[in-house]
Design a protein around this ligand. Structure first.
Ligand SMILES: [Zn+2]
Length: 253
């Protein structure tokens, strides 16, 4: 009997991780669902109920800025009480072990940082929703400050320094992808020998480009996702399982 064929996907993941020199995880909504963060794009997700407000509409009217902030503040309990899940903790352990130089994420929930990975080692392709910035001078604002001003004035506030619009530090529809993080994600992808896509459907641009780039550059590709992805055929290993269950064995690293 072929011993390799008898090996379970979990054991093969363990072998690939043990044998890799540089692992780059690429994470999507699926890693955070066990933390109570909704997958906006999933059926029943908020974006199937409310049309997302694109960036140009945010800029164009106070009404749209107010609506954007009303929605964000209404979801704050979910974001502010969420704690890292087993997937986040496993990646933090691999980071501490020196196997993972940085995590590339599509998520905006700050949970990689909350798991102990320093901010400098989290490459956020879609920004971060747990704080806000002025679109003109980049001054940082906490959400509590925005909430306080909004309820006092009945409208979303402008920057206290320059009068610019204040928005969560996320990349909205219609807003340019952040150049620095995109470049860094590409460098990381090209420098790894194991690329692990976790909880991403890999359909949203630019997510789809990275697994392909890693694979073409000679890295092994692992895809961990509940649903099939377009890249499953390319992958060295596909684990179609709960992400927390799949990654829990690595927490103790
Ligand atoms: Zn400003």
């Amino acid at each position: 009997m072929d011993e390799r064929a008898a090996t379970t996907p979990a054991a093969r993941l363990g072998d690939l991780i043990a044998g890799a020199r540089t692992i780059v995880p690429f994470t999507g909504a699926g890693i955070s669902t066990e933390c109570g963060i909704p997958d906006f794009r999933s059926p029943g997700g908020i974006w199937t109920k409310y049309r997302p407000i694109p960036f140009d509409e945010f800029l164009a009217s106070q009404e749209m800025r107010d609506e954007t902030w009303r929605r964000r503040l209404a979801m704050d309990a979910q974001f502010s009480t969420a704690r890292p899940g087993r997937g986040h903790l496993a990646l933090a352990a691999l980071f501490r072990a020196g196997k993972v130089p940085a995590v590339i994420t599509q998520n905006i929930d700050n949970l990689h940082q909350a798991s102990g990975i320093p901010d400098t080692a989290v490459v956020e392709l879609h920004g971060n929703t747990t704080y806000a910035t002025c679109l003109d001078c980049a001054r940082r604002y906490e959400l509590a400050w925005v909430r306080e001003r909004f309820s006092a004035a009945g409208r979303s506030p402008e920057c206290a320094d320059c009068g610019g619009y204040i928005k969560t530090a996320t990349i909205s529809f219609g807003q340019a992808m952040p150049e620095g993080p995109m470049r860094r994600a590409e460098e990381l992808t090209l420098a790894c020998d194991l690329f692990v896509a976790i909880g991403s459907s890999l359909v949203v641009w630019p997510a789809a480009g990275f697994p392909l780039m890693a694979k073409r550059n000679g890295a092994a590709l692992v895809i961990i996702n509940r649903e099939p992805t377009e890249f499953d055929d390319l992958a060295n290993l596909v684990i179609r399982n709960d992400i927390g269950d799949a990654l829990a064995p690595f927490i103790a690293h």
